[in-house]
Design a binder for this molecule. Structure first.
Ligand code: IPM
Ligand code: MN
Length: 353
């Protein structure tokens, strides 16, 4: 198969972790006889430095023409500490999500048998966890009207959703649940928020179309607690943009390191794959960041965008094997254990597919 992939490395550790995923994809291409054409694009702080725009039109065109997008990370501390900055690197990511219509963010959380001890949570609580969040990604408070009033002394961010936005996300959630344990949890704050009541009402109306799916409705504060108490009681969770942002960071603790969890952001036409971690500028360029989340995002890309399940499975198996043989980065080693560099992990996985 011939595949054109837009490669947006972004900021911080983005370039070094995406380099490893590219190596792994190219090795998969050789093994399974695929021709992968990489088209690079600028996004985030690097794009601002080069063009003044965190998501240049040129990058948008590259994404539109690609079969899939592989993305690294966004954010640079030099833009973080200035609350009055008009443009920020993160706006590039938000603009990309919105202009490509990537409304569903799929963020799985699972454990690796060889890393159970690495999570700060008790092994018996997290063992067997295999859940997936579907976070709404192009609506809610992130994209509502925002501004200042009273001469700058008061501020507002409006959260609004319409039924269609809830429906298309929830439909993906029901469909995903049908292929899994058939459990769907709608996470909201319907005891307080009107948008949450719309979410709940809409999902309730859809239940009849998916009679085999067992649906529960839980408040976001309770989910935040139960997620770390009994994570393996969940299967598919659907939620709005901001709740999903917060809960998926929390969920990454279950797997043991932020450097492990992949994600996919999908729309009607385009799909983007990225690690859930950020740009981690403190270690950028040091060749110590964990590339596994990006490599696993590439595995999701083969499956979701190209229907190539054995290619995805091959990558996941090699990742598991690297963990078993402890070819691991600094974030995962025990005290006094030797660690491998970012590129050594990428090389090892590419050679052991
Ligand atoms: C994420 C990130 C982004 C978000 C930031 C960088 C805008 O935290 O992908 O979860 O809040 O969505
Ligand atoms: Mn986040």
């Amino acid at each position: 198969m011939e595949m054109k992939i837009a490669l947006l490395a972004g900021d911080g550790i983005g370039p070094e972790v995406t380099d490893q995923a590219v190596k792994v994809c190219n090795a998969i291409g050789e093994k399974y006889n695929h021709q992968i054409i990489w088209e690079k694009g600028l996004i985030g702080a690097v794009a601002m430095d080069a063009t003044g725009n965190p998501y240049p039109d040129e990058t948008h065109k590259t994404c539109l023409c690609a079969d899939a997008i592989l993305f690294g990370a966004i954010g640079d501390p030099k833009y973080d500490n200035n609350p009055s900055a008009k443009i920020r690197p993160e706006q590039g990511l938000l603009k990309m999500r919105q202009s490509l219509g990537l409304f569903a963010n799929i963020r799985p959380t699972f454990t690796f048998p060889s890393l159970l001890h690495h999570s700060p949570l008790k092994k018996e609580r997290i063992e067997g966890t295999n859940l997936v969040f579907l976070r709404e990604l192009t609506g809610g408070i992130y994209f509502g009207e925002k501004g200042r009033k009273d001469g700058g002394n008061s501020a507002f961010d409006i959260c609004s959703y319409n039924k269609e936005e809830v429906k298309r996300l929830a439909k993906k959630g029901f469909e995903l649940a049908m292929n899994r344990k058939k459990k769907l949890c709608c996470v909201d704050k319907a005891n307080v928020l009107e948008t949450s009541r719309l979410w709940r009402e809409t999902v309730q109306e859809m239940e009849k179309d998916f009679p085999k799916v067992e649906v529960s409705y839980e408040f976001v504060d309770a989910v935040a607690m139960r997620l770390v108490q009994w994570p393996n009681s969940y299967d598919v969770l659907i939620t709005e943009n901001l709740f999903g942002d917060i809960l998926t960071d929390e969920a990454s603790v279950i797997s043991g390191s932020m450097g492990l969890m992949p994600s996919a952001s999908i729309g009607e036409k385009n799909a983007l794959f990225e690690p859930i971690h950020g740009s981690y500028p403190e270690v950028a360029g040091l060749n110590i960041a964990n590339p596994l989340a990006t490599i696993l995002s590439a595995a999701m890309m083969f499956e979701y965008s190209f229907g190539l399940n054995s290619e995805g499975e091959t990558i996941r198996n090699a990742v598991n094997e690297s963990l078993k043989q402890r070819i691991i980065t600094k974030d995962l080693v025990n005290e006094n254990e030797r660690f491998s560099t970012t590129s050594e992990v990428g090389d090892w996985i590419s050679k052991n597919l």
